[in-house]
Design a protein around this ligand. Structure first.
Ligand code: ADP
Ligand code: ZN
Length: 763
């Protein structure tokens, strides 16, 4: 908030300077944390309409920008700086600019900061530069079949026989199709070093060409036949296809058990939108983990979708951004940030796993991509499909109220049955694991039976590392992060104690820093590494694989692990939530949840909902094909309504109870929350600002303010944090009230006040 008004003045001075008097004037938004669009002069030889991408001078640099509209007229014409150039791109559509304005207002972020999300790769505005490519001389292509070739090279004497090595021959084979490639791809495809390519080029056997990367996913084929749909799937798909054909805003919740074929169904809607020549966006919570999804897309549409996530290489980002902005790229599969790409003609958004917390962005512009996707569809006048087996309470509430069409797919495809879910009461004597162990004898027996039948087991524990807490046996000292309010987590694989919040890592000390006792540390509680160790000891002959975000360090490793599971090379999988979602392992029939209560203890607003969703997802990994699945939840609270709802398959009553509790407490979705986080390195300053905010909290009817209080993470990455929580009736213009309130509190530049509309996290 302070940013929204404060930093604008920083750039205002830039407007003044002796410049030639331009003819006309436009207001232009720059992708920096400023809210205001500035007036710039437009030279005679440039014709500009709103939405045009331009380069303008700012703070002594030239920066990209977008023409936002008519000038504000607040700078004297003689003092205006001028637009430097206009880029050869289709202008950003009006609806996209309205969307950026809307998101900025709603999230209380500077508009330029939101624009930055639409313009994340500055180089993309310039016309793409060609890469140097090579192809086989056309005169050689016809005759290159022998190892020893008779080849006439440009300046070689006639009939000179060129000897090629086996390595070089591989290159010639790859290039025999006449398609030019860059040296690195030739080398990769031919499995030789790039030097071999260079040598052949030097000999004049290859010729240089220019290669332009074309936009990804230009021609997905909507007419390819997908799988034959079941009756349920077909009628659901018809609803979605009709919504696409109607070409107006429509929100649907596609609600179906895991394995119901929701993806196949929404692919039909995607095909329909492609037939209308529209662009499509499919949002996934964790794009890096979606290899299987991408393969399915390729099967269905005959080409890979364009990907959008934070790990893309710069070159890829540029071509994809341009492809989307020009309207050439038809389907983007992306993480939340893909929502802000400047689509030329978007006609459908699918939000898969709409309940996932990963859709909330917690830094920069703080927004919820699912909610903003619905807004985008509304503004653009096209359908949005929210997909889940465990819808969020917000979404189901909208469906109950009739605001979203509620489409059901109640059964697993192909007659696969839902798994049987049972709780193991860890309080009972017969279920108690041995000391310092975590797998109950009951679960152990089930594992034995399953692997003896040649089927697979998943042991789920949503905690990375070996042990979440390291304690001195002598004095009780806990090893915690010097920068955060958090314990250090022991990781045996790296031999370090790590902070999962800031990345701090250290070797375990020889002596307790508190009491100096030597070798006194004990590991408390389990992480996946510890379960792996225990499982290995219990089942020495089994093939056991551990999968966590830090063990599957890159996509190739992960791909290989998932393939090994599919190929039945693994008996027992130990995994965190990375394995819980989306995967389809036909031979996996037993899921054991090591600590089903994990996540229930925090007492956060959505703890029960989240816990239910996660356990349901994990349970959904069991018995997805012909063999029936079984799920065992190790819990100290077998009577908790979550365990009961899971065991009895009663999702809706669970959601209804949850909704009733929220309504009674006047919590979302029955009210609106706003989190205010005050953060800074100087605790005194942070407390002063937090107190000042508390004192001047709005007194209007329908608004309650709680706090300030130290945040649960009272220190994070070395900064002190205090929180306030505003609870407001839904019909209030809460942004206006908060702008007035927070704007009225003096804040030193060393303290930041973050505003989190509709917070998901309260840490
Ligand atoms: P969901 O997204 O609902 O969990 P999926 O779309 O992933 O379900 O489908 C589960 C499995 O069933 C996938 O392997 C999918 O290919 C298969 N499947 C679903 N519907 C069909 C169909 N109509 N024909 C053939 N296979 C299908
Ligand atoms: Zn830390």
């Amino acid at each position: 908030m302070s940013m929204k008004n404060g930093q604008a003045s920083l750039f205002n001075e830039e407007q003044q300077g002796p410049e030639a008097e331009p003819q006309s004037c436009m207001c232009v938004l720059v992708p920096y944390p400023v809210d205001k669009a500035y007036d710039y002069g437009v030279p005679d030889d440039i014709a500009l309409v709103p939405g045009e991408y331009v380069t303008v001078p700012l703070s002594g640099r030239e920066v990209p920008a977008v023409v936002w509209g008519d000038p504000a007229g607040d700078v004297k014409p003689g003092k205006l700086k001028s637009v430097v150039l206009k880029h050869a791109l289709k202008p950003m559509p009006e609806v996209m600019r309205q969307f950026i304005d809307w998101v900025a207002d709603y999230t209380m972020s500077p508009r330029g900061f939101v624009l930055k999300m639409a313009l994340p790769v500055f180089g993309a505005l310039e016309p793409p530069k060609p890469a140097k490519g090579y192809r086989l001389l056309s005169s050689l292509r016809a005759q290159r079949s022998n190892l020893e070739m008779d080849c006439r090279v440009a300046d070689a004497p006639r009939n000179d026989r060129l000897k090629v090595t086996a390595q070089q021959q591989k290159v010639l084979d790859v290039l025999s199709d006449g398609v030019p490639r860059i040296a690195a791809s030739i080398a990769r495809e031919a499995d030789v070093s790039a030097g071999v390519v260079k040598t052949l080029a030097g000999k004049g056997v290859l010729e240089e060409t220019e290669i332009f990367n074309s936009a990804p996913c230009r021609k997905p084929d909507p007419h390819r036949v997908g799988p034959a749909l079941s009756e349920d799937q077909d009628s659901t798909a018809e609803h979605l296809k009709k919504a696409v054909r109607d070409d107006k805003y429509h929100a649907a919740l596609l609600d179906g058990v895991t394995g119901a074929g929701k993806t196949e169904v929404y692919f039909e809607a995607v095909a329909e939108a492609l037939k209308q020549d529209k662009q499509v966006l499919i949002l996934l919570p964790e794009i890096a983990l979606s290899n299987a999804f991408l393969d399915r897309f390729q099967d269905r549409f005959g080409c890979a979708p364009a990907l959008w996530h934070s790990h893309l290489a710069t070159g890829q980002r540029k071509t994809t951004w341009r492809g989307v902005a020009e309207g050439h790229t038809k389907v983007v599969v992306g993480a939340r940030s893909a929502l802000f790409l400047p689509y030329q003609d978007l006609g459908l958004i699918v939000v898969d796993e709409e309940h996932e917390p990963a859709y909330k962005q917690e830094d920069g512009v703080i927004y919820h991509a699912r909610d903003m996707a619905v807004v985008r569809a509304h503004m653009g006048g096209f359908p949005v499909v929210l997909v889940s087996a465990t819808p969020s309470l917000e979404t189901i509430h909208n469906a109950w109220a009739g605001r979203y069409e509620h489409l059901h797919l109640p059964d697993r495809f192909g007659g696969a049955r839902m798994p049987e879910i049972e709780s193991i009461d860890m309080r009972a004597k017969e279920h108690k694991p041995e000391a310092l162990h975590f797998i109950s004898p009951t679960l152990k027996d089930a594992i034995t039976e399953t692997i003896e039948r040649g089927e697979q087991v998943l042991l789920f524990l949503n905690r990375r590392g070996y042990a979440p807490l390291t304690l001195c046996r002598s004095c009780g000292h806990r090893m915690d992060c010097p920068r955060c309010t958090a314990w250090l987590v022991e990781h045996k694989s790296s031999g370090k104690l790590q902070c999962h919040h800031c990345g701090f890592a250290t070797r375990p000390p020889q002596h307790c820093p508190e009491c100096s006792e030597a070798d006194s540390f004990a590991a408390c509680g389990p992480g996946v590494e510890r379960i792996f160790e225990e499982t290995k000891a219990l089942f020495p002959d089994a093939n056991i694989l551990m999968l966590a975000s830090d063990t599957a360090e890159n996509n190739d490793v992960l791909r290989k692990m998932l393939k090994d599971i599919k190929d039945d090379k693994v008996d027992i999988i130990i995994g965190t939530q990375i394995i819980a979602k989306g995967h389809h392992f036909p031979n996996l029939t037993l899921v054991g949840v090591v600590d089903a209560d994990l996540g229930l203890t925090g007492g956060e607003l959505r703890a029960a909902e989240r816990c239910y969703q996660l356990l349901h997802q994990v349970a959904g990994r069991a018995g997805r094909a012909a063999k029936k699945g079984r799920v065992m939840l190790q819990t100290f609270m077998p009577d908790h309504r979550i365990m009961k709802a899971l065991a009895e398959g009663l999702r809706d009553p669970f959601l209804e109870t949850e909704a009733a509790e929220r309504e009674a407490a006047h919590m979302p979705p029955y009210s609106r929350l706003v989190g205010i986080i005050v953060s800074g390195r100087d605790e005194g300053q942070v407390v002063d600002v937090a107190k000042a905010l508390g004192k001047s909290a709005p007194q209007e009817a329908g608004i309650t303010t709680l706090g300030p209080a130290p945040a649960p993470f009272a220190r994070l990455r070395g900064k002190f944090r205090y929180r306030l929580l505003v609870q407001a009736d839904k019909n209030l213009d809460i942004q206006k009230t908060i702008a007035h309130w927070v704007g009225g509190v003096k804040t030193p530049s060393t303290v930041r006040v973050y505003i989190d509309i509709d917070p998901q996290s309260f840490l």
